[in-house]
Write a protein that binds this ligand. Structure first.
Ligand SMILES: Cc1ncc(COP(=O)(O)O)c(C=O)c1O
Length: 357
C-alpha cells in the first residue's frame, strides 16, 4: 500500500503551505487592472528591490512574462531576437513571440552548460547595412538557470559579457529567470548583481520558490508601463490578484532560504542514482535542483516503465525520452524522500536485472 507521495515531476507541483493559505485568506485586495491592489503593489515593490530594477509587474505565468518582455523590446514588426536553440522561449512557449508578436527568432547553439558562445552571438547579430534583406536584431535572451541543460547556472561574468555585447550593438538583454533564485543561491551571488546587465528579467514565483501561481517581470519604469498595457492585451490583467501575490510574498520569505537544501538533495540523488547498476547521472553538472539520468543500453527497461513502477511506490517522475528521466527537487521533497526514492529505484533496477518487472 502506498503511504506517501513524492512528486519529483517538476518544481511547479508544490502545494501552497498553511502559511500561504492563511496569507491568501487575509490578503488585502483591490482591482489590480486599475493598479489599486495593495498586495500586488507590495510584491512588485519587493521584487523590484530584490532584482535591483526600477519597477515590476505581476503576470499569470512565466510564458506570458517572457512573451510580454520580448514584445516590449521588439515592438517594431520584423524585429529579430537571438536566443538559445535549447531555450524555454524557443522550444516550449508555442512560438508565441512569432505567432503573436511577429518577432523572428535567431537561435544560437546552447552549450551543455546553457551558455551560447559569445562569438556565435556576435556573429548572429544582423548587419544593419543589409536591412533590405535582413530582419533587425533588437534583443538577446538568456536563461538562468538553464532548464534543458539540467538547471546549469550562468555566471555573473558571462552575463556581464553578454550585456556588454548587447550594449555595443545597441541591443536589449532579457533574462528568462524562471529559476533565477536557484541560480543566485548556487552561485552565492545576490539576484540584483546576477541580473545587473539585463534590461528585463522574468522571474517565476511558482517554480523553486513554491508559490502556487504567477511570475513577475522587472525592468525600467517605462518598460513596465508598456508591459502593463501588453498584459491587458493578452488577457493577463486580473482583478483581485493580491490573493495570489500574498502567497508569493510568503514564498519569498520562507522558501528562498530552502533552495540550498534543494540543491543538496538534488546532488545526493544524482550521486545515488549513479551508483545504481544500469543508470548514469552526470553528478558534476547538477548545480541546482534539476537532475537528469540515463537508463543505460541493455538495462531492459524504459523510462516509461520505470516511471510506472515508481508510481506504485507513490513516486512521480517525468520520463524525458525512452531512456532519460528528469527529476526536479523542491521544498516539499525531504532528504528522507530522496533516500526512499533511491531505494525504490534500486529495487526496480535489480528486479529488471533478475528478469522481474
Ligand atoms: C526556464 C523556464 N522559463 C519559462 C517557463 C514558463 O513558465 P510557465 O509554466 O509559468 O509559463 C518555464 C516553465 O517550466 C521554464 O522552465
Amino acid at each position: 500500500m502506498v503511504t506517501r507521495t513524492i512528486d519529483l515531476r517538476s518544481d511547479t507541483v508544490t502545494k501552497p503551505t498553511e502559511t500561504m493559505r492563511l496569507a491568501m485568506a487575509k490578503a488585502e485586495v483591490d482591482d489590480d487592472v486599475l493598479i489599486y491592489d495593495p498586495t500586488a503593489r507590495h510584491l512588485e515593490t519587493e521584487m523590484a528591490r530584490i532584482t535591483g530594477k526600477e519597477a515590476a509587474l505581476f503576470v499569470p505565468s512565466g510564458t506570458m512574462g517572457n512573451l510580454i518582455s520580448v514584445l516590449v523590446h521588439c515592438e517594431i514588426r520584423g524585429s529579430e531576437v537571438i536566443l538559445g536553440n535549447n531555450s524555454h522561449i524557443h522550444i516550449y512557449e508555442n512560438g508565441g513571440i512569432s505567432t503573436i508578436g511577429g518577432v523572428h527568432p535567431r537561435p544560437v547553439k546552447n552549450n551543455e552548460d546553457g551558455t551560447m558562445d559569445i562569438n556565435l552571438i556576435e556573429s548572429a547579430i544582423r548587419n544593419p547595412d543589409f536591412e533590405i534583406c535582413y530582419p533587425k536584431t533588437r534583443l538577446i535572451c538568456l536563461e538562468n538557470s538553464h532548464a534543458n541543460s539540467g538547471g546549469r547556472v550562468l555566471s555573473v561574468d558571462y552575463t556581464d559579457q553578454v550585456g556588454e555585447l548587447a550594449k555595443k550593438h545597441n541591443l536589449k538583454l532579457h533574462i528568462d529567470g524562471a529559476r533565477i533564485f536557484n541560480a543566485s543561491v548556487a552561485l552565492g551571488v545576490p539576484v540584483h548583481r546576477l541580473v545587473q546587465a539585463a534590461d528585463s528579467v522574468s522571474v517565476c514565483l511558482s517554480k523553486g520558490l513554491g508559490a502556487p501561481v504567477g511570475s513577475v517581470i522587472v525592468g525600467t519604469k517605462s518598460f513596465i508601463d508598456r508591459a502593463r498595457i501588453l498584459r491587458k492585451t493578452l488577457g493577463g490583467g486580473m482583478r483581485q490578484v493580491g490573493i495570489l501575490c500574498a502567497a508569493a510574498l510568503v514564498a519569498l520569505q520562507e522558501n528562498v532560504g530552502k533552495l540550498g537544501n534543494d540543491h543538496k538533495n538534488a546532488k545526493t540523488l544524482a550521486e545515488g542514482l549513479n551508483k545504481i547498476k544500469g543508470l548514469k547521472a552526470d553528478v558534476a553538472s547538477v548545480e541546482t535542483n534539476i537532475v537528469y539520468f540515463e537508463i543505460l543500453e541493455g538495462s531492459n527497461i524504459t523510462a516509461l516503465k520505470l516511471g510506472k513502477i515508481m508510481e506504485e511506490h507513490g513516486i512521480l517522475l517525468m520520463p524525458d525520452s525512452s531512456s532519460r528521466v528528469r527529476i526536479v527537487i523542491h521544498h516539499q521533497v525531504s532528504a528522507s524522500d530522496v533516500q526512499y526514492t533511491l531505494s525504490c529505484i534500486k529495487q526496480a533496477m535489480t528486479g529488471v536485472e533478475n528478469g522481474g518487472n
